[in-house]
Design a protein around this ligand. Structure first.
Ligand SMILES: Nc1nc2c(ncn2[C@@H]2O[C@H](COP(=O)(O)OP(=O)(O)OP(=O)(O)O)[C@@H](O)[C@H]2O)c(=O)[nH]1
Ligand SMILES: [Mg+2]
Length: 454
């Protein structure tokens, strides 16, 4: 961390303003060399940006932040010049020649983390805020950035530590240990921790959905109305619709914003036996997509098929989908059935919705069914989603398992030492989330996903 890093912080391309960011011990010297002085910290200073021989490269604003009062906690220089790729490159070269090196992706945020300006969750939230593709995702990322998620985790870690200390105290007095452990207080505390971990897990899970979006695949027999449904969801003529069975062959992709969650929707070729070479390839692609889906919308022509049980209708498909993925059976074309109203039925393993993709009736029910299926519970959304990533979920899950094992040790064998050990394990897993105990390898991976200049 003793070197000085530099990067163009604005996106590639042309814009009114382009910003170059420099961080590290040489920032002040670089600033003096380019504009002839180091301006007062945090005050915009208008100046020409000079080349080595005194020629003007550009002109604009220089902002200097002295450590530790900067984003990274180091001396930081920001040069705001004109937003052209060539002029920014020339300025960056000049900065590099003065003793900075090009920053790696995420390196500014990494330094902010290493200098305790923010924890890992907050640093990741910066990247998520930048990549957010819906308003809800941005709001949730901001919430994580402000530390709400970190605080929840930290409180939980504190309580884990307290309980562990309590249990360890008991171990120190062997003659009283059993009585002590039998005290309902310990079991109640363990149960309370388990409940809270579960709530955090559910909230984080929804945060992951917000961050990553959901892979939705529309599947079913030819002519069931899959492409018509896709067009209803996008509100556009996204896919070709004809009365000819086997119209869709390639996969048609579209993004749909469902109350702030991005659905990556794939419309696929109708599943059937065929000798047509092209259609065969299309159907193979459909199967591949089905295997990767988080949610399968199984479209059935309700005018000709009364059954809606996917296990009876599509055993092969139900066997192929991921264990964690959800299925919504869509009984389509109810406009062809006299006096048929749209409806929704919740079963244990799937939801069935009756709609007409042609007229659009029942689409609101379907949207609700999708929200239920992906766990986007409105109450939790109102109570404040925070942004989370898979790595956070995995850590929460490990903590949950450890506390659960600890509880078993307590109940089965009053094994205080083993309970304490499991509580410690849970504490370490949770601390990984905020970065208190995180290996350098993992840190490297996390920050490598960021963009350059952040
Ligand atoms: N009456 C009625 N017709 C529908 C409905 N949905 C789709 N159709 C018609 O059914 C035919 C097939 O629709 P598509 O959306 O192309 O069906 P698909 O499932 O994509 O078919 P393939 O691409 O061949 O697999 C078209 O003529 C649609 O107009 C509906 O809700 N009611
Ligand atoms: Mg189609």
């Amino acid at each position: 961390m003793n070197d000085t890093i530099a990067a163009i912080a604005t996106p590639p391309g042309r814009g009114g303003v382009g910003v170059i960011r420099v961080s590290g011990p040489n920032s002040a010297a670089i600033c003096s060399a380019i504009i002839g002085k180091v301006p007062k910290p945090r005050l915009a200073h208008y100046a020409p940006f000079l080349d080595a021989d005194g020629a003007k490269l550009d002109e604009g604003l220089a902002l200097f932040f002295n450590n530790p009062n900067s984003f990274t906690g180091e001396d930081v220089l920001e040069l705001q010049g004109h937003g052209g790729p060539v002029v920014l490159d020339m300025l960056l070269k000049r900065i590099i020649s003065l003793g900075a090196r090009l920053a790696r992706a995420g390196e500014f945020s990494e330094r902010a983390f290493l200098n305790n300006k923010m924890d890992l969750v907050q640093a990741e939230a910066v990247a998520q805020l930048i990549s957010a593709s819906t308003e809800q995702a941005a709001v949730a990322a901001m919430r994580s950035l402000q530390g709400e998620f970190s605080e929840t985790i930290n409180t939980l870690v504190q309580d884990l530590i307290h309980l562990r200390m309590y249990v360890e105290a008991a171990i120190d007095f062997p003659e009283e240990e059993i009585n002590f452990l039998a005290d309902a207080h310990i079991l109640n505390s363990v149960d309370n921790l388990l409940d809270r971990i579960e709530i955090i897990y559910q909230r984080a899970k929804q945060g992951v959905v917000l961050d990553e979006g959901v892979n939705v695949v529309i599947a079913g027999r030819p002519n069931a109305g899959k492409s018509t449904l896709l067009n209803q969801l996008t509100g556009m003529d996204t896919a070709i619709v004809t009365p000819i069975a086997g119209t869709t062959r390639d996969i048609v992709k579209a993004q749909v914003n469902l109350d702030g969650v991005v659905l990556n929707v794939l419309d696929t070729a109708g599943l059937r036996e065929t000798e047509d070479v092209v259609e065969k390839v299309g159907i193979q692609r459909a199967w591949n997509a089905i295997e990767l889906a988080d949610l399968v919308l199984l479209v059935i022509d309700a005018a000709t098929e009364k059954n809606a049980d996917p296990y009876a209708l599509y055993p092969e498909l139900m066997a192929k989908i991921k264990e964690s993925s959800r299925v919504i059976v869509i009984q389509n074309k109810i406009d062809c059935i006299a006096n048929k109203e749209p409806a929704i039925h919740n079963f244990d393993q799937y939801i069935a919705v009756q709609i007409s993709a042609n007229t659009g009736v029942g689409l609101d029910l379907l949207r609700n069914a999708i929200k239920t299926a992906i766990g986007l519970n409105n109450n939790a959304a109102d109570s404040g989603l925070f942004m989370a990533r898979r790595r956070h979920l995995a850590a929460i899950e490990r903590a949950q398992q450890a506390v659960f094992r600890g509880k078993q040790q307590l109940q089965r064998s009053m094994a205080g030492e083993l309970l304490a050990e499991e509580l410690k394990e849970a504490q370490l897993s949770l601390s990984e989330i905020t970065g208190k105990f995180t290996s350098d390898d993992l840190l490297g991976k996390i920050f490598a996903e960021f963009c350059i200049g952040k």
